[in-house]
Design a protein around this ligand. Structure first.
Ligand SMILES: Nc1ncnc2c1ncn2[C@@H]1O[C@H](COP(=O)(O)OP(=O)(O)O)[C@@H](O)[C@H]1O
Ligand SMILES: CC(=O)OP(=O)(O)O
Ligand SMILES: [Mg+2]
Length: 402
């Protein structure tokens, strides 16, 4: 029997998204999501596409990523797609931080695991979850190749002028301090899909991709290659996110330590987990923020305004970096679903050729679509990301059908 199936695990900061794909035609056999891991109100949603059976939902406490993966494995087994299947060729893992070392998808061995572990200090919310996913999968199928696909890989094409911080070069090099960028699998996939939507080859377009999920980042992509992105050494830099501050004056940290008498650990937790939207208004879910704004809640409104202001600054910056822009693509949970965010982020930018059609912006859907009016100078698009398909494609290209 040929092995043509790839299981993809995308272990995020608070979720595991997974897909089982048949790479003979890239069809999805099962997809699912475990959300709110670590909370009493965790939720598992599993859709067994191959059998055409109904989506199954389950809610309750899921303590950690290991418990989540065991629940996923049990759901797959109900449709005979369990992890023990001989048709499974490999498991592809999203790994957030690969440093400068990993520019390509990589078969995981002990040395690779050690390197991912070494990078935990610069991806404290992500690499530990990714490692847990890998180790649990190795435990369940020690015979299978496990492949790491790195968030950082797509950004390794950034020029030094964008990748370096303006700090002492020797100090930076000694500690490998530079801007790595993240969400690269999504930026790669979405920038290509945007070119396709415009009927062009990726080499022939300049695109700004706005990946707005719980974590959020922007990238400037020239002719298919990333030339700048908003996240840096860690996924803390850049846009306002669900729980992360994004950009701030680094002296805020000195001030909190000296005057606020906070420890480095406390400041780290503050900026990564208690800032961004949740720090500003107590909610990190854009749906809840919209609801509160509709009720006239001023804190929610201010959080939204700060989020949009930062986003608009990056759109302007990347417009300037690229010189000419063919398309702007909104993607991930907020970008794909939150019409008010898309409208507000581009409001007032008509001079740059950026216009959103209110009717088109209100339409919901799963397919890539334009939300700018016919004949607009710059195409504005909603392009659903598919990190899992991209990871499966890269994994199968590396180890499939051996
Ligand atoms: N219908 C919606 N309207 C507005 N925002 C939404 C909607 N659905 C999801 N979101 C936002 O998307 C976020 C999750 O995005 P996602 O890309 O799945 O995040 P991550 O992969 O970082 O966990 C939620 O926190 C919420 O803010
Ligand atoms: C890198 C990053 O921020 O990832 P996520 O959006 O999954 O938190
Ligand atoms: Mg994400």
């Amino acid at each position: 029997m040929s092995s043509s199936r790839i299981l993809v695990l995308n272990s995020g900061s608070s979720s595991v998204k997974y897909q089982l794909l048949d790479m003979r035609d890239s069809s999805r056999l099962a997809v699912g999501l475990v959300e709110r891991i670590g909370e009493e109100t965790a939720r598992l949603r599993h859709t067994p596409l191959a059998s055409g059976a109904e989506t199954r939902e389950w809610g309750g406490a899921i303590a950690d990523h290991e418990a989540a993966l065991k629940a996923v494995s049990a759901e797959l087994a109900k449709d005979g797609l369990g992890l023990d299947s001989p048709e499974l060729a490999a498991i592809g893992h999203r790994v957030v931080h690969g440093g400068k070392h990993f520019t390509e998808p990589t078969v995981i061995d002990d040395a690779v695991l050690a390197e991912i572990e070494r990078l935990i200090p610069v991806a404290p919310l992500h690499n530990p979850a990714n490692l847990t996913g890998i180790r649990t999968a190795q435990h369940l199928r020690p015979d299978l190749p496990q492949v790491a696909v790195f968030d950082t890989a797509f950004h390794t094409t950034m020029p030094e002028s964008a990748a370096r911080y303006a700090i002492d070069v020797e100090t930076a090099d000694r500690h490998r301090i530079r801007r790595y960028g993240f969400h690269g699998t999504s930026h790669a996939y979405v920038s290509r899909a945007t070119a396709k939507l415009l009927g062009k080859a990726p080499e022939d377009v300049n695109v700004i991709v706005l990946h707005l999920g719980n974590g959020a980042s922007a990238s400037a992509v020239r002719g298919g290659r990333c030339v700048d992105t908003s996240m840096g050494l860690t996924p803390l830099e850049g846009l306002v996110m669900g729980t992360r501050s994004g950009d701030l004056d680094p002296a805020v940290i000195f001030h909190l330590a000296r005057v606020g008498e906070m420890s480095i650990e406390e400041i780290d937790t503050l900026l990564n987990k208690k800032s961004g939207l949740i720090g500003l208004c107590g909610d990190n879910d854009m749906r809840e923020i919209h609801r509160r704004i509709d009720e006239g809640d001023e804190r929610a409104q201010l959080a939204f305004d700060i989020y949009i202001h930062r986003l608009k600054k990056y759109i302007g910056a990347y417009y300037a970096v690229l010189g000419t822009v063919d398309g702007i693509a909104f993607t991930a949970g907020v970008g794909e679903n939150a019409a008010p965010v898309r409208e507000a982020a581009l409001a007032g930018l008509e001079q740059l050729g950026l216009v959103v059609d209110a009717g088109l912006n209100a339409v919901r859907g799963d397919e890539p679509r334009l939300i700018s009016p016919d004949g607009a100078r710059v195409a504005v698009a909603v392009v659903p990301t598919d990190e899992e398909l991209e990871i499966a494609t890269q994994t199968y290209a590396l180890v499939g059908n051996r």
